[in-house]
Design a protein around this ligand. Structure first.
Ligand code: AHG
Ligand code: MN
Ligand code: MN
Length: 336
């Protein structure tokens, strides 16, 4: 008999029965993200055909500018969540402000809010390189029945109830955690089903990849420069190897499987780095910790930071625990 891998749908149903008193709302929420992921995947796969199809007179959602795929992805995720009436609020990297949503009975009684980066690594689309979607889920903290407020969105990352990403790579995968393990599912595009392909993902014991945009080297803090030099030195299992795709989702995904550290430090021009705390760093930090890794701003745990604004940026160091520990030691030693 051929081996039957569990599908994401089956996995969600099994998980649901483990949460005795849960309403099934979180399961339905993950379900709608999986659906939106399939729709975006379909569009991302056609990205290279945009001009050809356009010339043939085909209607195309992205129009002339392929970069618009992030606007498209934003709309797909928001519409899917709004139509299914399962969340009370959404914040997105692509929206200036958060969105308030009423439930099916026109009351504000849904429990969960979603924060997302609908298309991460968007500059890679033109060149046929992997992109992704990142999502982060919290329970609201303001009273049920009232419209959500900014306080619901500015919770520290440790309050997340679930987080994950979809990577539109050589295969499309959804990787997420509802707090315990991290599980990865691969999409079979022929039948539109995700199969459990990477159960209980963990960073390997030792990592040897460092992922950073070294073009910014001269602008990095001293501790980061020293850490990069440490990675390059010949000693023990070093030098490490360097890999940088420029899509956080893909760089993180590879590092979790092969072992490594991703970092986007502060620079002299951008003291808070580039990445967004709420849409990028918190969900990745949540996954990293569940997979035995670590995420830091160079000195403190990412998930402990109390956000002060929706689009806040933060320096980000994330990956194998031993590598992040080492980086923090260099930061501490060379503190200005
Ligand atoms: P986005 O496409 O959502 O703006 O995110 C891009 C981010 C991240 O995915 C990536 O690792 C980083 O920007 C790359 O930045 P550099 O081009 O400055 O290296
Ligand atoms: Mn991004
Ligand atoms: Mn983006």
């Amino acid at each position: 008999m051929t081996k039957h891998n569990k599908t994401l749908g089956e996995f969600i149903i099994n998980k649901q029965s483990e949460f005795k008193y849960s309403s099934g709302e979180l399961s339905r929420l993950i379900n709608s993200i999986r659906l939106a992921g399939k729709i975006v995947n379909h569009e991302v796969n056609k990205a290279g055909l945009v001009d050809i199809l356009g010339a043939a007179g085909e209607e195309n959602i992205q129009g002339e500018d392929q970069q618009k795929l992030d606007v498209y992805a934003n709309e797909v995720f928001i519409n899917t969540l709004v139509n299914r009436e399962i969340v009370c609020g959404i914040a997105s990297e692509e929206e200036d402000d958060f969105i308030t949503i009423k439930g099916g009975n026109k009351k504000h009684d849904n429990k969960y809010i979603v924060l997302m980066d609908p298309l991460d690594g968007s500059s890679n689309i033109d060149v046929n390189v992997s992109v992704g979607t990142i999502f982060s889920i919290y329970r609201r903290i303001t009273p049920d029945g009232t419209p959500v407020t900014i306080d619901d969105f500015l919770q520290p990352g440790k309050q997340q109830v679930a987080a994950g990403y979809i990577v539109y790579g050589t295969s499309t995968m959804i990787v997420y955690s509802t707090g315990h393990g991290v599980n990865g599912f691969t999409l079979n595009p022929a039948i539109g089903t995700y199969y459990l392909s990477h159960p209980n993902m963990k960073f390997p014991e030792k990592g040897n990849i460092y992922s950073v945009n070294e073009g910014n080297y001269v602008h990095f803090p001293e501790g980061v420069k020293k850490y990069i030099k440490y990675c390059q030195e010949e000693e023990g299992e070093r030098p490490y190897t360097s890999r940088y795709i420029g899509s956080l989702v893909s760089d993180f995904h590879r590092n979790m499987i092969k072992g490594g550290i991703y970092f986007y430090p502060s620079t002299s021009k951008n003291p808070d780095g580039k990445l967004r705390l709420l849409y990028e760093c918190n969900p990745m930090a949540f996954l990293a910790e569940r997979a035995g890794g670590k995420a830091s701003n160079g000195f403190n745990r990412i998930l402990d930071i109390k956000p002060s604004e929706l689009h806040q940026r933060v320096p980000f160091f994330c990956g194998n625990k031993d590598m992040v520990d080492k980086l923090e030691a260099f930061m501490q030693k060379h503190k200005e």
